[in-house]
Design a binder for this molecule. Structure first.
Ligand code: IPE
Ligand code: IPE
Ligand code: MG
Length: 249
């Protein structure tokens, strides 16, 4: 399904490459509904969604995006039937295994947001392999949010902060909003400039709560398995028309 009449080249010509969002975050939602519409099991939607991950990662990296954060599995998604959770983990591992060489060749550095200790052993191993293999890459940073929750991340940050205070590494009186950012999974990275949520839902679902204070939102009814490079380009064109004031005038 593609209702965008313009070609990729036409869309690209409307983008000011000097003013690209540095950091794009995406809540990849709508896989289940995509499958349901086709009378297929939900995991077919996850499989198709993974194909879009491949396309969008490569499109973002080629365009010159510096940071891409993808919400793949939330701390709340464990509530789903075991069969779906296991299927999702398998699809994810398959994707990583299949794409690792390509990601590496494209100089993409993969990082994980979330607590991977709770992932099944086979998934954790593959994830660690990917982080290690791409750790010295200097291209786009791809943050994959896996067993990620925004509230969990803040609590994880507070725990590490308290530890540093105890060890005398930081004086609590010196703490400010910027310094606290260093206690999050996105340490050293700019906050997302643009957050994309497909699937028609108008909520954050516990994603990057601390980092999105001044992020621009781009919402769309398109389901994630139907999300193409054209949607990504459209979101950037739209983003570049916004007037970001950050509380100023
Ligand atoms: C997003 O698609 C993928 C994950 C949350 C893992 P959903 O599975 O949430 O799809 P819908 O929202 O039910 O359509
Ligand atoms: C958000 O989607 C999580 C991911 C995309 C991984 P959900 O489908 O879990 O969110 P809700 O339940 O609609 O808020
Ligand atoms: Mg959903």
């Amino acid at each position: 399904m593609n209702v965008i009449n313009q070609t990729i080249e036409e869309l690209k010509s409307q983008i000011n490459i000097e003013k690209l969002p540095k950091h794009i975050a995406i809540i990849m939602d709508g896989n289940g509904r995509w499958a349901k519409k086709r009378f297929l099991p939900r995991n077919f939607g996850h499989q198709e969604g993974m194909e879009r991950v491949i396309e969008i990662v490569s499109a973002a990296s080629n365009l010159g995006i510096k940071y891409l954060s993808l919400y793949a599995f939330s701390t709340e998604n464990w509530k789903r039937p075991m069969e779906e959770v296991q299927g999702l983990m398998k699809i994810l591992v398959q994707y990583i295994a299949k794409e690792l060489d390509k990601l590496h060749k494209n100089n993409v550095k993969v990082q994980i947001m979330g607590d991977i200790n709770k992932l099944p052993e086979f998934a954790r191993k593959e994830v660690i392999k990917t982080i290690e293999k791409t750790s010295l890459n200097t291209g786009m940073i791809l943050n994959i949010a896996l067993n990620y929750g925004g509230r969990d991340e803040i609590i994880f940050g507070i725990k590490n902060l308290l530890n540093d205070v105890e060890m005398g590494k930081i004086d609590i009186n010196d703490l400010n909003a910027d310094k606290f950012s260093d206690y999050l999974y996105t340490k050293g990275q700019p906050d997302p400039d643009l957050l994309i949520r497909p699937s028609g839902e108008l909520r954050i679902s516990n994603f990057m709560l601390y980092q999105i204070a001044y992020t621009e939102f781009w919402l769309s009814d398109v389901l994630w398995p139907d999300f193409t490079e054209k949607h990504l380009l459209l979101s950037i064109i739209d983003y570049q028309k916004r007037n970001r004031r950050f509380g100023g005038i």
